[in-house]
Design a protein around this ligand. Structure first.
Ligand code: 13P
Ligand code: SF4
Length: 308
């Protein structure tokens, strides 16, 4: 049996579900039961009746699944698959920050640790951040963390002042504005679409700004167009499957690298072999203390209730 067949067999034996983010390696996306953005993946994790959730994504995503389904086994192919954005917000420092602003409502982007979520009033993802911010009473001051780029974008869209945490994603900050404008000159008939974790000068060039799922839905509406796509390059696989024939060009990164795009090395730590191993060994498993799990569940549930 090859690896794909062995994974399918284990899935049946262990009543497992494989959830994968759009940034995963193509062979992982192709074997997954569901491929989606952060919001879609947490909704699936909340509603699944599987005994084991195999989370092909990064640590904070698997943690969110465990918070939502504490009685299920949640395994992550590579336990070191972290996130620069989540790492930019250490719980001790964040605690001091929110204690210094006790009148503020705390909104955190899902790309943060369970400890940070446990200090939060409401969680958001890139697909519902504007809606979540707009749901807060106008006279309430807001702390938004950890992504300053998404935060600045939401400030612009909502017209709300917010106190931002100084965090960012290394993958979305790697895009080069000079190379992007040059590429657009070479393809004047192309439309730029971007993820809101990108910097403001990249977002200014974009016709559409949205989450990974939002970007795929946008491209589906205009299959005859040509797109320059400013997010992690793994998304191009699902996009091309959904809209075959559309010309998709990855936005160029600052540094010269093999893919001439921007890749998340954390996401790419997961491989098909590690996926098989984690299912077989039921390890590495995500463990969260009961106290943190219960506190972090509250702001995630609030988000899901506002996202139906
Ligand atoms: P979304 O899946 O919400 O679009 O976020 C992208 C991302 O960076 C995930 O880490
Ligand atoms: Fe984190 Fe950026 Fe990788 Fe997403 S793409 S997991 S935000 S480092």
């Amino acid at each position: 049996m090859n690896l794909v067949e062995k994974i399918k067999q284990l899935k049946k034996e262990k009543n497992a579900v494989i959830l994968a983010h759009y940034y995963q390696e193509t062979e992982i996306q192709d074997i997954a039961d569901y491929v989606g953005d952060s919001l879609g993946l947490s909704q699936k994790a909340a509603e699944t009746d599987a005994d084991m959730i195999v989370f092909a994504g990064v640590h904070f995503m698997a943690e969110t699944a465990k918070i939502l389904s504490p009685n299920k086994k949640v395994v992550l192919p590579d336990v070191n698959a972290g996130c620069s954005l989540a790492d930019s917000c250490p719980p001790d420092e964040f605690k001091k920050f929110i204690e210094a602003h006790p009148d503020h409502t705390v909104i955190t982007y899902v790309n943060c640790s369970a400890e940070i979520k446990a200090m939060t009033d409401i969680v958001c993802t890139s697909s519902n951040a504007l809606k979540i911010v707009n749901s807060i009473a106008k006279d309430k001051p807001i702390i938004f963390a950890p992504d300053k780029n998404l935060g600045n974008y939401i400030i612009k869209e909502s017209g709300r002042e917010m106190l931002l945490w100084d965090g960012s994603c290394i993958v979305h900050e790697a895009f080069s504005i000079e190379k992007l404008l040059e590429l657009h000159k070479e393809h004047p008939d192309s439309t730029i679409i971007a993820h809101p974790e990108s910097e403001a000068h990249i977002l200014q060039t974009a016709t559409y700004i949205g989450s990974t799922a939002g970007m795929i839905n946008y491209v589906k509406q205009y299959p005859e167009k040509k797109f320059i796509v400013a997010t992690e390059a793994g998304i191009l696989h699902k996009m091309a499957q959904e809209v075959p024939g559309t010309i998709l060009i990855p936005a160029p990164a600052e540094a010269d690298n093999t893919c001439a795009c921007s890749e998340c090395h954390f996401m790419k730590m997961n491989t098909l072999q590690k996926l098989y191993d984690c299912m077989l060994n039921e390890s590495p498993q995500i463990e969260i203390s009961k106290e943190i799990q219960e506190r972090a569940l509250v702001p995630i549930t609030r988000m899901l209730e506002l996202s139906v």
